[in-house]
Ligand binder design. Structure first.
Ligand SMILES: Cc1cc2nc3c(=O)[nH]c(=O)nc-3n(C[C@H](O)[C@H](O)[C@H](O)COP(=O)(O)O)c2cc1C
Length: 174
């Protein structure tokens, strides 16, 4: 699939099949994350955690429920979570989130390319940061902060139609 098609095919999947994603597909997604642009090439300032343990997944879902006071599974039944963390000390403000977002988007586009749905869920990182024992259980290295969590899995519903690639974010040209 060409890049344009992967971009047009990616959408936020909010219902997943129970099946775990195939290992080779996960490897492709993770490798795509590591190919993302990262400020000053400091790949060592990032850490990626793959979460497939059902108990941990439940703790994260429960943590999000508590933070946002909601009932439903904020992870939409997705079987694999990928959490990008960053060193807390970075050379310039905002680089941590920017790096993590580049990695997350590369992974989600790679997923779209190979038939794996995804959604970025803001509460994942919040839930991890809010619970010290959960963060420890995830073995996130000392000095790193959870930044962006994504859910991956097979979409439960039929594929959405590809997006029209047209400008919709407000902009100006000078
Ligand atoms: C920073 C950020 C936070 C998001 N948080 C959530 C979230 O917590 N839950 C969710 O279902 N979707 C979340 N999304 C997905 C957006 O709602 C979605 O990308 C947007 O509505 C566009 O739809 P699309 O991804 O289907 O193109 C988030 C996206 C971003 C970039």
């Amino acid at each position: 699939m060409e890049a344009k098609k992967a971009i047009a095919s990616r959408y936020s999947v909010r219902a997943y099949k129970k099946d775990q994603i195939a290992e080779e597909k996960l490897e492709t997604i993770l490798a795509a994350g590591s190919a993302a642009p990262v400020g000053m090439g400091r790949y060592d300032s990032l850490h990626v955690t793959v979460i497939q343990d059902e108990e941990i997944r439940k703790r994260i879902s429960e943590g999000i429920r508590q933070i946002f006071n909601t009932e439903s599974d904020a992870l939409y039944g997705g079987s694999t979570l990928v959490l990008v963390s960053s060193k807390e000390e970075v050379p310039a403000p905002g680089i941590d989130y920017t790096n993590a977002a580049c990695v997350a988007e590369n992974m989600m586009l790679a997923g779209a390319d190979i038939g794996i749905g995804s959604v970025l869920v803001w509460g994942i990182a919040l839930a991890v940061e809010a619970d010290k024992s959960l963060k420890e259980a995830l073995s996130i290295p000392e000095g790193f902060k959870a930044m962006i969590g994504t859910v991956f899995g097979y979409a439960a519903n039929a594929e959405q139609k590809e997006k029209d690639l047209k400008v919709k974010i407000q902009m100006n040209r000078i």
